[in-house]
Design a protein around this ligand. Sequence first.
Ligand code: SF4
Length: 460
Amino acid sequence: MSGVFGFFAPDGGGAAETAYFGLYALQHRGQESAGLAVSDGRRIRIRKGMGLVTQVLTDEAVANMPGSISIGHVRYSKAGEPHVANAQPLLGFTQHGQLALAHDGKLTNAPSLRQRLQRDGAVLQTTTDSELILNLIARQTGDPFEEAVVKAIGALRGAFSVVLMTNDKLIGFRDYAGIRPLSIGRHGEATILASESAAFDTIGADRVRDVEPGELVVVDAQGLRTRQLQPAQAAFCVFEYIYFARPDSHLAERNVHLIRKAIGRQLARESRIAADLVIPAPDSGTSAALGYAEESGIPFDFGLMKNRYVGRTFIQPTPALRQKGVRIKLNPVSALLKDQRVIVVDDSIVRGTTSGKTVEMLKDAGAREVHMAIASPPFIHACHYGIDIANTDDLIAAHRTQEEVRKIIGADSLHYLSLSGLYKALQMPGTGLCTACFTGEYPLGVGEPQSTSDLLEDEE
Ligand code: SF4
């Protein structure tokens, strides 16, 4: 998963600063690397590196990137190795001039595209799918430039929400299933593209609408124009609603926090646990826990406190310190938990390690019973569309019964939301969503369509 951001201001200026704040709002979508590309109309400057937005994009760096068009990216490692070369945006010097590109998603035909490009002499410098997209675009001809982009999109399979810029254009496009989000915003005369609408709020822009699945958006001095390249067959990632997106974002016209509360209410209706207290697993379980408490009438409180200043990397405690119970990220509120029957609401159980530690911590703090209520169905299939869970063996529920999982995590009971309950809470009948990690039904397939190489040959 990554976050992408694009900005075009016809009246000039401020593109770097605006993208900085937009990326800051999207930081939850990736903390491994960050980057920004800005055009002043003649050249594109780029700055990227490993770390958080504030670490990579310093005041000085942002101040030295004048221009009115920008794209930015925050990245969580997926297909590529965690390495600075894989940080985005990617910049290329091409027959179309300088091109910068940032991508969220994962191509299902990346291996054959890579093989084909390399056989044709391409020198690839990263292990990202994004570089394949940039190379494909660079090789196509077209006038205006977006015709080359359209040809390249025809060769892509899988999940992609992309922002792309030249010296005078901002372009965005999404795969025909619209697996990963991308929205259009407006601030005065400026147009913004962003993974989530929280980025618009941060910079004072208004959300206009989502980029439709299969749609291409071009913004330049002539204004904004769009093209539907392929008929949309929407299959939006349901996990964006459950976990990935910020609660204050709007996805497909609906607020994520309110959706998560509805999911929590549905979970309460389905699980009916006798308990004294509902607590969220911080922070991702908070909205669903609120809904659970409202529906069940069981009091809500914060039983686990999170240290908000813990970064992704810190000195790991020694085994001796761990034995002493050193707690870095989470600490239970013993005074609240003592002798209580506690329901912990969490968004999902993936590997199960965190859930096991949470149950242990709550029991050590004096909780009499700990019940886990999970705001999604069992996660049993790998994701092939850009989430870093590519191996089914890593999933605790993949080859175990619910009772086996309960025993491993040590909870007194374990409750999952049903798939039909999830659809009900989302007010969606099951169409328009990717739910493959629960069902194994992959809307874009998982492998290489036979026609990919033929398609490339046709185009060249
Ligand atoms: S498999 Fe799961 S995580 Fe991956 S895109 Fe589909 S719903 Fe989202």
